[in-house]
Ligand binder design. Structure first.
Ligand SMILES: *[C@@H]1O[C@H](CO)[C@@H](O)[C@H](O)[C@H]1NC(C)=O
Ligand SMILES: *[C@@H]1O[C@H](CO)[C@@H](O)[C@H](O)[C@H]1NC(C)=O
Ligand SMILES: *[C@@H]1O[C@H](CO)[C@@H](O)[C@H](O)[C@H]1NC(C)=O
Ligand SMILES: *[C@@H]1O[C@H](CO)[C@@H](O)[C@H](O)[C@H]1NC(C)=O
Ligand SMILES: *[C@@H]1O[C@H](CO)[C@@H](O)[C@H](O)[C@H]1NC(C)=O
Ligand SMILES: *[C@@H]1O[C@H](CO)[C@@H](O)[C@H](O)[C@H]1NC(C)=O
Ligand SMILES: *[C@@H]1O[C@H](CO)[C@@H](O)[C@H](O)[C@H]1NC(C)=O
Ligand SMILES: *[C@@H]1O[C@H](CO)[C@@H](O)[C@H](O)[C@H]1NC(C)=O
Ligand SMILES: *[C@@H]1O[C@H](CO)[C@@H](O)[C@H](O)[C@H]1NC(C)=O
Length: 649
């Protein structure tokens, strides 16, 4: 017994000694300098304690800041460093690159700035590296290609510029690559075709150029691919047909060449397929209905023709079906609305038919179709707006020459005495709403895919809004994950002034990572793009600050069409999941007096820009210049107009 005890004690003491080897002294110095550099002493005070102390409070997975060591060799090394969402700022300190044994570095969701030094390439043991949501600038360092052990790399939501380095193609162990909204531009390097282990690639909202590369079809391990809001050109290559593991595919806003849906044939595991505005032609593939996991199918703003296949009545799991703004025809399959379906958008197609009894429970948008939806007020609106497809002339009883809406809010009379109508109805994922006075209607489509139970299409704040006497008007706003369209109805034909009121109320203005979000969206007036990549914060000079854009547009068919569209641009998730897409606070439309211009030279009847932001000296100057131009009968400046644009409906 005594012998056993002493043997045990010896073993136990040896164990303690051997379990606690010395920590690399260079790393101890470096880590203390890093803590000092970011003023983290109060959160992480180890000035007189070994950072690798056993069972330290800063070592568990959940600790933040976290420092954890690998003591498996004769010396302890710092292997994990996490300083996450603590708003550390400034540049990366050189001491960071002395932690050569790091396998896991997470500096995500801070406001780090400057460029990433080439020395990052020395941290060759790295497996998990997150620099996402920061304020880094400069080039993405090619030296990242030296970190060949990397399994996960994120530098999403930063302000880099220049190309995506081809050296990233050396990261053949990479399973996750998050580079959305990072600022990179130019072609997607061919070398990325070597990333055979890549499962998740978020790459939306980067200015990639050239064609959507064929070689991405070689990344056979992909389960998640996001390429929304790039500058890539179509078509979607047939090689994508080989990505049979895809679960979540999101591509949007491809330009130039048309695509077909033939590649989808074998992507049978997909649960999310979102291919908005990709110039897709041809018919809806019957086979889609056999995709047992498919929950979200968004093919809106394409050029699909033919009927909705009857097989679409057999989806097993489909919750959201978006087919709006295509050229589909024929009857709506009578049993399309199943128990699983939560939202249906077939707006702006040549579809007819009527909706079954069970249709009342789901969100639906059938505006611009010949479908009888029975809800009396909205049916009349649908009928009125059917003409916007271009086939027939809109006719309506002329009832007004103006309308005003407090988007997302209740009725308000502004300091100028204008009554802004109540627009606080709760909308679903596909909705048409007609105001009680039938002077305007609202068509809304889109689901915040990663957050379907999140924002309910209205944003609000309790904060005061600066730069206006009408703060209340801006405290609520309509938001959308795809398309938000207001229609003035029964308007006397003629020239109108359109005032669009905006204030950013979701993205912060602060020294925090929460201020790093970028909201970008497009606006079409009477089918013409008048604002592209509009950023409210930039225009207003901050968040919770009002800005008014004024345009002139002609009504020739009793309808005013004001369309807010998300082209996949901007950050997705700052300060919270699904912070993106259009946001509008109020709309005020009035008939313009004819005194400004009487030119008959231009036969076009749609949205020319007149004014820019009102309320600044520059804005006034621009307006003066425009009036001068109009006076001298020269055409005012126009924004770039894309004729194959979603606004064409
Ligand atoms: C860190 O801890 C040491 C003693 O362990 C103490 O003397 C020092 O004041 C602490 N520093 C901070 C910033 O809390
Ligand atoms: C560390 O924690 C483990 C388990 O939580 C425990 O068994 C061990 O005694 C602790 N060691 C020290 C040195 O505190
Ligand atoms: C790291 O990458 C750079 C650029 O890709 C290269 O020039 C350098 O030789 C690499 N260094 C090491 C140690 O591999
Ligand atoms: C789908 O798989 C079949 C059988 O392997 C193959 O013949 C066909 O070409 C594939 N389709 C596409 C679009 O890749
Ligand atoms: C829509 O389809 C019809 C045939 O159904 C065709 O005549 C028409 O040109 C198409 N319109 C567009 C804009 O493609
Ligand atoms: C819609 O109207 C048709 C006839 O106009 C009627 O048969 C049907 O029951 C109505 N549907 C609903 C949901 O009220
Ligand atoms: C405003 O609209 C909402 C939703 O349509 C409605 O419930 C509410 O009663 C309206 N408020 C007023 C004052 O009309
Ligand atoms: C990010 O950096 C820019 C300059 O590049 C600066 O103007 C901005 O204030 C920074 N953002 C934050 C939240 O620190
Ligand atoms: C409106 O129509 C008039 C002529 O009828 C034309 O001169 C003017 O340019 C049009 N305005 C816009 C914004 O298209």
């Amino acid at each position: 017994m005594g012998l056993f005890r002493s043997l045990f004690c010896t073993f136990f003491m040896l164990k303690i000694i051997s379990a606690q080897p010395a920590t690399d002294p260079n790393e101890v110095v470096a880590v203390n300098k890093i803590i000092g550099h970011w003023n983290l002493q109060t959160k992480l005070n180890m000035s007189s304690i070994d950072p690798c102390t056993k069972n330290a409070t800063w070592a568990p997975d959940t600790a933040n800041p976290r420092i954890a060591c690998d003591c498996s060799a004769t010396v302890c090394h710092i292997a994990h460093l996490k300083i996450y969402a603590l708003d550390i700022s400034g540049e990366l300190p050189q001491e960071l690159f002395m932690l050569k044994e790091l396998t896991d570095l997470n500096l995500g969701q801070n406001v780090l700035s400057g460029s990433i030094p080439a020395e990052i390439g020395q941290l060759s043991k790295m497996q998990y590296l997150s620099l996402g949501i920061n304020n880094f600038t400069g080039l993405v360092p090619p030296e990242l290609g030296n970190l060949t052990q990397l399994q996960s790399l994120s530098f999403s939501s930063n302000s880099f510029d220049g190309p995506l380095p081809r050296e990233l193609g050396k990261l053949t162990s990479l399973a996750q690559l998050y580079i959305d909204s990072s600022g990179v531009s130019g072609p997607i390097p061919q070398e990325l075709s070597n990333l055979k282990s890549l499962q998740t690639w978020w790459a939306s909202d980067n200015r990639f150029t050239g064609k959507l590369p064929e070689f991405l079809g070689d990344l056979k391990a992909l389960t998640v691919l996001r390429l929304e809001g790039t500058s890539l050109e179509g078509p979607i290559p047939n090689s994508f047909g080989g990505l049979t593991k895809l679960d979540d595919l999101r591509i949007s806003d491809l330009s130039n060449e048309d695509s077909s849906l033939n590649f989808l044939e074998n992507l049978t595991s997909a649960s999310i397929l979102s291919l908005r505005n990709c110039r897709i032609t041809g018919q809806l593939p019957e086979k889609l209905s056999t995709f047992a996991n498919l929950k979200i199918l968004d093919l809106s703003f394409n050029k699909l023709t033919g009927q909705i296949p009857n097989s679409f009545q057999n989806f097993a799991a489909l919750n959201y079906l978006y087919l709006g703004s295509n050229n589909l025809s024929g009857e709506l399959p009578p049993k399309l609305i199943s128990s699983e379906l939560l939202a249906l958008d077939v707006s702006f197609n040549s579809i007819s038919g009527s909706l079954p009894q069970n249709a009342l429970g789901i969100s639906m948008n059938v505006v611009g179709t010949s479908i009888n939806d029975n809800a009396s007020r909205d049916r009349k609106t649908s009928a009125k707006l059917n003409c916007l497809q271009g086939n027939t002339k809109c006719t309506d009883i002329i009832s007004s020459t103006s309308f005003s809406i407090n988007c997302g809010g209740t009725e308000i009379v502004s300091t100028a005495g204008i009554k802004f109508d109540n627009d606080s109805e709760t909308l679903g994922a596909a909705s048409l709403y007609t105001s009680p006075n039938t002077q305007w209607a609202l068509s809304s489509s889109g689901i915040f895919i990663s957050n379907p139970n999140g924002p309910k299409y209205i944003a609000q704040t309790d904060s005061q809004i600066r730069g206006t006497l009408d703060s209340e008007l801006y405290k609520t706003a309509r938001i959308s994950a795809s398309s938000l369209r207001y229609y003035g109805l029964g308007l006397k034909n003629g020239k109108y002034n359109v005032e669009l009121h905006f204030a950013e109320i979701q993205i912060e203005d602060s020294q925090s990572w929460k201020a790093l979000g970028r909201r970008l969206f497009d606006v079409y007036l009477q089918g013409e793009k008048v604002l592209q990549d509009y950023n409210i914060q930039n225009e207003a000079g901050g968040s919770k600050r009002a800005v008014v854009k004024t345009f002139q547009a002609n009504v020739t068919n009793t309808v005013m069409d004001i369309h807010f569209y998300w082209a996949g641009r901007g950050t997705c998730c700052i300060p919270f999941q699904s912070t993106y897409g259009p946001l509008v606070s109020a709309i005020h439309v009035t008939q313009a007096s004819d005194s400004v211009s009487s030119s008959k030279s231009d036969k076009k009847s749609v949205g020319k820009i007149v004014g820019i932001a009102v309320g600044s000296a520059a804005g006034l100057l621009i307006i003066c210049s425009v009036f001068y131009l109009l006076w001298t009968k020269k055409a005012p400046a126009r924004t770039r107009v894309d004729t194959d644009s979603p606004g064409k409906g």
